[in-house]
Design a protein around this ligand. Structure first.
Ligand code: GDP
Ligand code: MG
Length: 177
């Protein structure tokens, strides 16, 4: 499609959060452009990217924000969260610390973001199974307890990236429609 008659019914803002180097920028590159880079500096400075899709016969534009490295200085500002209807909270399944920090990111979200925000926990780098430091069951239990959606993904292999974004976008649609 993409013809000039197509109109946008909804714009959904989604923010990516989580520790540095967990793969947020590469998940976005994979979803928005079907690209992946081993060079993490490649996407620094990008504010957000969009992708338009159909949900329930409506045209939805997903506007997905990336922290562009601010997470290193804990400088993610409230402007970043403003108007966000969804958050993807990403950790790296090979880095226990990035999972331990998920609680902090949740606190941050719950103090800055709308209380109806849809949150999806993402365990990224599932292609590195031999280096796994976070059992999938731990993450599932945590997600259940905290009322989060959960999926493991690989931006590198493009595993579950589409389903993860489709899942969060569909849940947001349910909230607003
Ligand atoms: P960010 O700081 O959270 O935005 O992380 P980046 O997207 O910059 O990724 C950090 C590093 O992890 C880069 O070297 C990426 O190539 C790598 N990376 C990202 N996603 C994956 C993945 O799914 N699998 C593997 N093996 N590496 C990944
Ligand atoms: Mg990044």
């Amino acid at each position: 499609r993409g013809d000039f008659n197509s109109k946008i019914d909804y714009v959904f803002k989604i923010v990516l959060i989580g520790d540095s180097a967990v793969g947020k920028s590469q998940l976005l590159a994979r979803y928005a452009r079907n690209e992946f880079s081993l060079d993490s500096k490649a996407t620094i400075g990008v504010e957000f990217q969009t992708r338009t899709l159909e949900i329930d016969h409506k045209t939805v534009k997903a506007q997905i924000w990336d922290t562009a490295g601010q997470e290193r200085y804990r400088a993610v500002t409230s402007a970043y969260y403003r108007g966000a209807m969804g958050a993807m909270l990403v950790y790296d399944i090979t880095k226990r610390q990035s999972f331990d920090h998920v609680v902090r990111w949740l606190d941050e979200l719950r103090s800055h973001a709308d209380k109806n925000i849809v949150i999806m926990l993402i365990g990224n780098k599932s292609d590195l199974g031999s280096l796994r430091a976070v059992p999938v069951e731990d993450a599932k239990e945590f997600a259940q307890r905290e009322n989060l959606f959960f999926m493991e993904t690989s931006a590198l292999e493009a595993t579950n990236v589409e389903p993860a974004f489709l899942n969060i976008l569909t849940e947001i649609y349910r909230v607003v429609s």
